[in-house]
Design a protein around this ligand. Structure first.
Ligand SMILES: C[S@@+](CC[C@H](N)C(=O)[O-])C[C@H]1O[C@@H](n2cnc3c(N)ncnc32)[C@H](O)[C@@H]1O
Length: 203
């Protein structure tokens, strides 16, 4: 029986599967951070769908970062993040209904937004309500139409909500939201693996 993403990922946190997952995302996230943080100082940062909080802990140590917040809907992911870093800010929220009290400069999201009911609305909400002027959203996705090696994941992982869009559709969601300078590229494509699709835009 398939279950909703946050239930499955809470179990992954309990069983320790969050750690190899983070390891597998490291290279793509390094690429995203290098691009998104270039030339930035005094920036505030949100990791939307932070898992065990590894990206927040990394960004917090960078000299230009003023605040870094991690958000996730899986209770055990947030519990784990808070256990590892009790001083950090990790909030258990549903990304589709949450809005920050104070807007931020960078929103990063690695391997998350195809688990949402309405990724297009989420991208629009981030642009309108999460980001400061000149703020940037950057997302990484391994599950997309042009990467057939990923298409069996809903069955393999028993997850009920995984939305398959193609690259042009993802780009259109950024354009619809009003993002400027929309760019996309792939990281670590090899043989049958299409690579991590990175999409980004500036408010
Ligand atoms: C594939 S994991 C990636 C975690 C982390 N970004 C990483 O790279 O290790 C996807 C994460 O998105 C979270 N997630 C999925 N749907 C969510 C929602 N509606 N609200 C909040 N978090 C959600 C899951 O709980 C899970 O931790």
């Amino acid at each position: 029986m398939k279950r909703v993403p946050t239930v499955v990922f809470s179990e992954w946190a309990e069983s320790g599967r969050d750690v190899p997952m983070a390891k597998g995302h490291e290279r793509a996230v390094a690429n995203m951070l290098k691009f998104a943080l270039k030339g930035r100082s005094n920036y505030s940062f949100i990791d939307a769908g932070c898992g065990n909080g590894w990206v927040v802990r990394k960004v917090k140590t960078l000299p230009g970062c003023v605040t870094a917040i991690g958000l996730d809907g899986a209770p055990k992911m947030i519990e784990k993040a808070t256990d590892i870093d009790p001083e950090g800010t990790y909030l258990k929220v549903d990304l589709e209904s949450w809005t920050p009290q104070k807007k931020v400069d960078i929103v990063l999201s690695m391997e998350v937004i195809y688990y949402l009911n309405d990724p297009k609305s989420f991208i629009n909400n981030v642009c309108q309500n999460w980001l400061n002027e000149n703020g940037r959203l950057i997302v990484g996705l391994d599950f997309y139409k042009e990467n057939p090696s990923s298409h069996s994941w809903p069955e393999d992982c028993g997850i009920s909500l995984m939305q398959l869009f193609n690259e042009d559709e993802w780009v259109s969601f950024f354009n619809y939201a009003g993002f400027k300078c929309v760019q996309h590229w792939r990281v670590d494509a090899i043989n049958d693996w299409g690579g991590t699709l990175i999409l980004t835009g500036v408010k």
